[in-house]
Design a protein around this ligand. Sequence first.
Ligand code: DA2
Ligand code: ZN
Length: 276
Amino acid sequence: MNNFKYTSVIVRDVSDSLGEAALRMDDGPVVDMEKVRLQHKEYVRTVRSLGLKIIKMDADHSLPDSVFVEDPAVVIGTTVLLPKLGHPSRRPETNAMQKVFEGIPGMKIHKMEDIDPMATLDGGDVLFTGQEIFVGQGSRTNERGVKVLSQVFSGFKVTSIEVNGHLHLKSVCTLAADDTIILATGDDESTGIVKRLQSAATGKYKYLEVKGKSSGANCVYIESNDGPTVIHQSFSVYPQIEQAYNSLKGRKIAVDTSELSKVDGCLTCLGIFLTI
Ligand SMILES: CN(C)C(=N)NCCC[C@H](N)C(=O)O
Ligand SMILES: [Zn+2]
């Protein structure tokens, strides 16, 4: 199975309450809701332009973080884990997510709540490389969540990486090609996290390091009929990442999620990619 040849992507419209109620690690500038909607629209237009079918979920204005669909679902092939989200305010997002997967023929659905009610996990902590799974253990994902993940995806080696100072594992590293992991080394915490990942890795990878704001290392890698594509942050907002991304084969497309980054969002958060 080609792990990154996606056919469709699940996205969810921005909740009106994002600006005033989304979770955020630090109090910073207010969110410009007009700009957030435009940036999200551009993201959806971009993934659609790659020939992917868009499965769009309606906004839920009572769930300010629900645009970040990556967290309430982990999908590999036809197996989906619906985790119990680390932050209580986000747990109701699972209901609508479960309904979406119940409507997709052939998906095998596992609910973390049913397996171990004490386990928690956010999908943003799960980095699947095609060869193995790395999972961040930190403020949202606990040891029991890692255990459930390993049981559900028992066909892959699962390695837990301690995450501190950042929201998720994928806030500091993601897959930029089927053999390349891009790593943020702009601050001590991200450098520590990515060093732990590199020393624990069993797969053979090329590593690309980027300085500056760690979310510059958050990108979406997609294989389609006309080759590989990487969706990355804009070089004008993240000048230090340009050289690393330009060294990658295939198409590169910039999508600016600078507004969403005010509430710790990034590129991988916005879509669940399916290969079915
Ligand atoms: C890879 N990343 C960072 C994610 N998958 N999720 C971002 C969630 C942000 C949201 N305000 C929260 O704090 O939950
Ligand atoms: Zn994210």
